[in-house]
Design a protein around this ligand. Structure first.
Ligand code: GLA
Length: 385
């Protein structure tokens, strides 16, 4: 057990008076490309990062769940009875872990009561899926403690169910899939309709590259506002075009769509259709040429999100534009939008200049200082002790 894991096990015993049965970790994610395509049955290409959430857990002999976190060591644990949980019945951060246990039972599995202590290194609100990391750490822990033997693909669906129905955020399947299916040195190419996934090599270090994350520190919530509105526009667009999901349209259908849809819905649809094509192109580029050639696809993706899908903001645009001017090969916002982080793909030697240019631009614009760091594709969720 490494020292962080040992500290968490000790904190668990201090808090609950017993030793944990085990510790399970699940990572956050960065999405290389494919934004808002997941709930349109489309394609995504995320990878698991090394920032992760760890849960220490022990089974109880009753149906109670007690959940606490290392962020609020002085707060009482949230206590719930598994037989009394219902959709939307839990508020605050405990809705994620309790939602997963509720979703497991909704999916036909019997879950024992348990004590849970959560610790996380995934920054909250940065668009790196701290919520999926939390859901998936609890999902893999509960899967083992309940001896349920659930596949990773189904665990992702259970995490999504928790987020949709307990938290109330109408999000897709991408984040949980990245957290559960990721592997070091690879991105996960996922077909969100069939659930089929394939690992695509993403050797940034070997190519002399870094993927920088620029956290704008503009916070966002997918339970309210813009995210849900975009999802509704996509559903309307699909209905008006007579298809089950926007996945069923291709770039050559856009001319017809322009005649059928109102101007705004058309732009929303055009983003999804072109973004799906960019994901497929990105997989092709990575396979045949390597990550250094991804730049133009990232840039086109950002323009589409800024102009057609309208989910960027001044801070994200400044991060992307400045990174490109300072020598990044490509850059785009990542995640649901309206804040959170941008990514910039850069040669290792250009990283310091890009960092300082972005910091200077943020300060000149009067924005909060961004938090900038680099990420590599890491392993998916696993038991660590
Ligand atoms: C959030 C959601 C995902 C996905 C992205 C946008 O991260 O949780 O399901 O829709 O936004 O690509």
């Amino acid at each position: 057990m490494n020292s962080t894991a040992q500290d968490l096990a000790t904190a668990f015993t201090d808090r609950f008076g017993t030793e944990p049965d085990g510790l399970w970790s699940a990572p956050g994610r960065v999405n290389v490309i494919g934004e808002h395509t997941d709930y349109n049955d489309g394609f995504v290409l995320p990878f698991a990062i090394r920032h992760s959430t760890t849960v220490a857990a022990a089974v109880r002999s009753d149906r109670l769940v007690r959940v606490a976190s290392t962020f609020a060591p002085d707060e009482d644990a949230v206590v719930a009875d598994l037989d009394e949980l219902s959709e939307g019945s839990v508020e605050g951060w405990a809705a994620y872990p309790l939602g997963v246990l509720w979703a497991l039972e909704q999916s036909g599995y019997r879950c024992p009561g348990m004590d849970l202590l959560v610790d996380s290194s995934v920054p909250v609100g940065a668009g790196l899926s701290s919520s999926a990391a939390l859901e998936c750490s609890v999902a893999v822990a509960a899967n083992e403690l309940a001896q349920a033997d659930i596949s990773r693909r189904e665990l992702a669906v259970i995490g999504q169910l928790a987020e949709n129905r307990m938290v109330g955020a109408p999000t897709g399947i991408m984040d949980q899939s990245a957290s559960l299916l990721g592997e070091a040195g690879h991105a996960v190419f996922l077909d969100c309709r069939s659930g089929a996934s394939r690992l695509v090599p993403l050797d940034l270090e070997g190519a002399g590259l870094e993927l920088m994350v620029i956290d704008t520190r503009v916070s966002h919530s997918h339970a309210t506002g813009g995210y849900a509105a975009r999802r509704r526009s996509c559903e309307l667009g699909a209905e008006m075009m007579g298809v089950a999901a926007l996945r069923d349209l291709s770039v050559k259908d856009l001319a017809e769509a322009a005649g059928v849809l109102d101007e705004e819905t058309f732009r929303r649809v055009r983003h999804i259709v072109t973004e799906n094509a960019r994901v497929e192109d990105a997989v092709e580029v990575l396979t045949r040429k390597g990550p250094a050639e991804l730049g133009p696809l990232l840039v086109a993706s950002h323009a589409s999100m800024r102009d057609d899908f309208e989910i960027s903001c001044a801070e994200l645009d400044t991060a992307v534009d400045t990174a490109l001017e300072a020598g990044a090969l490509g850059a785009r916002m990542t995640g649901g939008g309206f804040g959170g982080s941008a990514i910039a793909l850069a040669r290792v030697g250009d990283v310091p200049a890009i960092r300082s240019a972005v910091e200077t631009a943020f300060s000149a614009a009067g924005f909060r200082s961004p938090v900038i760091f680099s990420v590599l594709p890491g392993a998916g969720a696993a038991r660590i002790a």
